[in-house]
Design a protein around this ligand. Structure first.
Ligand SMILES: NS(=O)(=O)c1ccc(C(=O)O)c(S(=O)(=O)NCCc2ccccc2)c1
Ligand SMILES: [Zn+2]
Length: 260
């Protein structure tokens, strides 16, 4: 499995660009080895306050589907945790596999989850625009939440119901009220480490905050992700699956935990 997995990823259609950035020392995703993570008592609880009315639209960008938010003011923000400043929510999206055996970007003790949610935030206290924040070491903060196969997820179903309308690349629909807090697990525990975007430009600008507890979704909900297409209307259909980057070397990094 692991060798075919590695081979598969070396030839992975998504990754024409180099699998690792030359000179990159803090690339993402990584495997989180639970016993190697270090409890840091200085880490604060993460404070999350999202305003559901800042939700704008949901769209298929040919790589994932994402829900974008109005980030022109400090309305949907996170603060605390490992962060020095407060960060504004810009969008959230998912990564998933063709089958339930893989799909997440991060792994825990080399275990894949079938999917992973990313909530992307940027440091609007220090940087004037998102585009500038993307280029800075403390520019972005992404919350990662693992999805595991289990019970039906009510909050996710609202998103799933919208997916048929954005089946093709570059389709978008209005999405005016959604509170992404409903996608967060109740347990406050997280791991955190200094990493990068997992899509081009792969810049090393992300403080990753990975929730320890996964959320549960059912098979139909995962299958709904897999009916999306990478391709535009009229092109030969390619199912949107396996849109995750291969694991990157930990290099000289320590993963800290907010829990013992
Ligand atoms: N897996 S991840 O959290 O690293 C991630 C994945 C996709 C995207 C995205 O652009 O949709 C993003 S993004 O919204 O942060 N955009 C990064 C690329 C970008 C840079 C500058 C301007 C626009 C987009 C992040
Ligand atoms: Zn992502």
């Amino acid at each position: 499995f692991c060798c075919s997995y590695r081979l598969r990823n070396a030839l992975h259609p998504l990754w024409q660009s180099p699998l690792t950035i030359p000179g990159g020392s803090r690339q993402s995703p990584i495997n989180i080895q639970w016993r190697d993570s270090v409890y840091d008592p200085v880490l604060k609880p993460l404070k999350i306050s999202y305003d559901p009315t800042t939700c704008l639209h949901i769209w298929n960008n040919g790589y994932s589907f994402l829900v974008e938010f109005d980030d022109s003011a400090d309305k949907s923000i996170i603060v605390g945790g490992p962060l020095e400043n407060q960060y504004r929510l810009k969008q959230f999206h998912f990564h998933w596999g063709a089958i339930n055996e893989w799909g997440s970007e991060h792994t825990v003790d080399s275990k894949f989850y079938p999917a992973e949610l990313h909530l992307v935030h940027w440091n609007a206290v220090v940087y004037p625009t998102f585009e500038e924040a993307v280029m800075e070491g403390d520019g972005l903060a992404v919350i990662g939440v693992f999805l595991k196969l289990g019970a039906h997820h009510e909050g996710l179903q609202t998103l799933v119901d919208a997916l048929p309308a954005i089946k093709h690349k570059d389709t978008v629909i209005e999405f005016d009220v959604f509170d992404p807090s409903c996608l967060l697990p109740p347990c406050p525990d997280y791991w955190t480490y200094a990493g990068s975007l997992t899509t081009p430009p792969l810049t090393e600008s992300v403080t990753w905050i990975i929730k320890k507890q996964p959320i549960e979704v059912d098979e139909n909900q995962l299958e709904a992700f897999r009916m999306l297409l990478f391709t535009s209307d009229g092109e030969e259909e390619k199912r949107m699956v396996d849109n995750f980057r291969p694991l990157q070397p930990l290099m000289n990094r320590t993963v800290r935990s907010s829990f013992q």
